[in-house]
Design a protein around this ligand. Structure first.
Ligand code: ATP
Ligand code: MG
Length: 273
């Protein structure tokens, strides 16, 4: 069979149900056709990975949504089984309200996550130092104001501290990191630094909190993942997956360094125009 016809025939057999299939490659003498097959195989690899992560996302999301729904149903059904006194009705309703609040939070975060998956690029010029200042300010209002220490190392040329982006999404991305730093370090100072480095802005957020175990580091960007040492803290494991999506949407990078019981440093880099 002619090589291109063979590739086409093989590709037609690949469906979402058998995405693990790959085109065969002659490794003995790699020619242009093999290079093409190799590229297609790499694309299939990406597709398979993204299918897998979608599947686990749906499974995790369903589980997270089902938990509060089950408790709402249970509470209501048990209360309705017989006549109760007003106090019992009141406490049942309170339970229900708190589960609905939880549901509401999860749904809102999921909606935000969906938005970051859409590629709707209504980008504008965002001054990073201003943005950081606003985020820290908002956070100070909610927690102990002294906890976040900001530092700026910006160039004279202010055009260099501007990135092209979606302000609201950037706000969410950075504030998730900062909120984690504050939350997981229980009152210890969080250092936040904005620095202009070659062709971009680097934001470093350093805390002295509980830290993240080495094996968990690669998982923390997965939706709903929470490390075992985080279970005593409020949260759903959605924040960082949102942040990761948003940073990617802005062609940025995010790196993380952490030592258990000592602290975590997250560095985000955004290229400037
Ligand atoms: N600064 C940090 N220090 C220690 N652990 C962290 C830190 N930031 C993130 N983590 C770990 O990564 C996990 C995922 O973070 P993420 O922000 O996605 O979830 P969350 O903060 O637990 O919940 P949510 O953001 O939905 O309120 C956390 O549960 C925690 O285990
Ligand atoms: Mg969080």
């Amino acid at each position: 069979m002619r090589p291109i016809v063979k590739i086409t025939a093989n590709l037609k057999r690949i469906r979402s149900s058998n995405l693990h299939r790959r085109l065969s490659i002659n490794t003995a003498k790699t020619d242009e056709i093999d290079m093409l097959s190799l590229t297609i195989n790499q694309m299939l690899e990406h597709l398979e990975q993204s299918f897998d992560s979608q599947k686990s996302f749906v499974a995790n999301a369903s589980h997270e949504l089902r938990t509060p729904i089950t408790s709402i149903l249970g509470e209501a059904e048990i209360t309705l089984m017989k006549e109760r006194d007003p106090e019992t009705y009141k406490s049942a309703l309170k339970e229900i309200v708190s589960s609905v609040e939880r549901l509401n939070l999860i749904i809102n975060s999921l909606m935000e996550l969906m938005q970051t998956n859409l590629d709707n690029r209504d980008f504008q010029n965002v001054k990073v130092d201003e943005l950081m200042w606003e985020i820290a300010d908002e956070l100070a209002g909610k927690s102990n104001g002294d906890q976040v220490r900001m530092g700026y190392h910006l160039p004279e040329d202010i055009t260099k501290s501007v990135i092209s982006g979606n302000r609201r999404l950037l706000f969410i991305a950075i504030s998730n990191i900062l909120k984690n730093a504050v939350k997981f370090s229980e009152g210890k100072t969080v250092d936040c630094e904005v620095r202009y480095i070659d062709k971009g802005i680097q934001i470093t957020i350093r805390d002295q909190g509980i830290g993240i175990a080495k094996d968990d580091l690669i998982k923390i960007f997965q939706p709903f993942f929470r490390a075992s040492n985080a279970m005593n803290f409020q949260g759903y494991g959605i924040g960082l997956s949102l942040t990761d999506n948003i940073v990617k949407l802005h062609n940025g990078t995010i790196s993380i360094n952490s030592v258990l019981e000592q602290g975590t440093t997250i560095v985000v880099f955004f290229p400037t125009a």
